[in-house]
Design a protein around this ligand. Structure first.
Ligand code: SF4
Length: 460
């Protein structure tokens, strides 16, 4: 490391320590100083303008001001410090240049976040879930999970989302969260296995932000996830909230629960329970079953989801992420570029919904997947559509996945993916879905987005 780099690194560390200090003592009174320090750490123009955007919101928007104040006041100090040091300092400022080095030297993009499914086992049998009936022998062995996470960190990945299956089925993952205490972890969980003991450990770790699955009020949640689930999820929220652990929720939005999950009543209930954010996912036809199409949103509903998510984000003390309709903010499809998924067979997939791969990690290093033509080809042709409200290679630009898989020899990892590639009838249905959404997407792209998305991000 050169003298200049060493000085820069030390200066960075001093500023990071200062911010962590502010977060430990009256953080809500030191917000101005925290923003100033963060800006000193940020070098590139686009990140700086994003931070100024948030700062401006904080100073001039009553709602967002109260939202940030609420987080600073009511979050456990260690959780707050870990969120800052792991997610911002490590994942963004320290690891950004490390990941960029691979890009500059060998045109290999190291994604910002890894999604990992160590096990597909789950106590529930939800309609349309891709995690159906798996046994322990289908799990990734714990030492492999450890190795993969270690390799990810070495490459500069400090944000890891744990999926499945049910993440809390495996106790050893708590040891992993403890061991990798410089990484931020987000398990997506049913919440059913959370108990006081686990909640205490999560608080002790500080580097875990769980997302609890909920499909609406009692009737909708229990209908999809099984009787009694709703009350258990609410109890899990209380356990996390009482301890000041940051958490959010995730909802698979279908034709039947859309009105409920986007209602004021439901959102206000979540805020009251202490949730800080909601992720909305479209119900996707990844199982290859015809009935999936009846649960998928209509074109009009998908458009409404985007509008309503933006409205909630703007008007409530809450944050929302609409995985599809927010695509313009991140330059369209992010598969294989900013994120990727390792499934429970250790296949590396470009996204959680696209179950296709060329690299399996048994006996191979994680970087092989990023160096492989599959991810490089996807990056090269992103965005697949000028209209970034139609970002997807499976449900919006239905030929893309077929063509790319052919070009690079990617194989389907399950029966649903095989159907997506090879079943003409199924493909016709996908095309119809895409056609139906197109006019709504065109209108909103023109009127709301003024035909502009995040071009910088789209080039990745
Ligand atoms: S392929 Fe589709 S679902 Fe996957 S990241 Fe891209 S837009 Fe999202």
């Amino acid at each position: 490391m050169s003298i200049k780099d060493t000085i820069e690194k030390n200066t960075k560390q001093v500023i990071v320590n200062k911010i962590v200090d502010y977060l430990g003592k009256n953080p809500e009174k030191n917000v101005g100083k925290i923003f100033e320090a963060i800006k000193m750490l940020t070098k590139d123009e686009s990140s700086l303008s994003q931070i100024e955007f948030v700062e401006n919101y904080y100073n001039n928007d009553k709602c967002k001001h109260e939202y940030i104040q609420d987080i600073l006041k009511n979050t456990d100090t260690k959780c707050l410090k870990k969120f800052f040091s792991n997610f911002f300092a490590n994942a963004t400022w320290y690891a950004g240049p490390k990941r960029q080095k691979y890009m500059d030297e060998e045109d290999t993009k190291i994604p910002f976040v890894m999604l990992l499914s160590p096990s597909m086992r789950c106590p529930l049998h939800c309609k349309g879930c891709y995690a159906s009936s798996f046994s322990k022998k289908d799990d990734i062995p714990p030492e492999e999970v450890d190795r993969i996470i270690g390799e990810a960190r070495d490459l500069g990945i400090y944000y890891i989302i744990i999926l499945g299956g049910e993440p809390f089925f495996n106790d050893y993952l708590l040891d992993i969260y403890e061991k990798y205490d410089d990484i931020m972890f987000t398990p997506f969980t049913s919440g059913l296995l959370l108990n006081e003991k686990i909640a205490d450990r999560l608080k002790k770790c500080g580097n875990v932000i769980p997302m609890l699955s909920i499909e609406g009020f009692e009737e909708d949640t229990d209908a999809r996830r099984g009787k009694g689930t709703y009350q258990k999820v609410l109890k899990a929220m209380d356990m996390l909230n009482e301890r000041g652990i940051l958490f959010g929720v995730s909802s698979a939005v279908t034709r039947t629960n859309i009105k409920t999950v986007l209602s004021d009543e439901f959102t206000d209930m979540l805020i009251e329970k202490g949730s800080k954010m909601s992720w909305y996912f479209l119900f996707m036809p990844v199982n290859g079953e015809d009935e999936d199409f009846n649960m998928m949103l209509t074109g009009e509903q998908r458009d409404y989801l985007g509008r309503r998510s933006r409205e909630i984000r703007a008007n409530k003390k809450y944050f929302t992420i609409d995985f599809f309709n927010d695509a313009p903010y991140v330059g369209g499809c992010i598969a294989g570029k900013y994120y990727f998924h390792v499934n429970s067979k250790e296949d590396v997939e470009p996204c959680i919904f696209s179950h296709f791969s060329t690299v399996n990690l048994k006996g191979r290093h994680l970087i092989d997947a990023f160096r492989d033509p599959f991810f490089k080809r996807l990056r090269a042709i992103q965005p697949y559509n000028k209209n970034m409200l139609r970002p997807c290679m499976m449900i919006d630009n239905t030929e893309v996945i077929i063509n790319v898989c052919k070009q690079v020899g990617a194989k389907p990892d399950d029966a649903g993916a095989d159907k997506m590639l090879n079943n003409v009838e199924f493909h016709e249905k996908l095309k119809n879905t895409s056609k139906e959404f197109k006019p709504y997407a065109e209108k909103t792209w023109k009127e709301f987005f003024k035909e502009k998305g995040n071009e910088n991000f789209s080039k990745g």
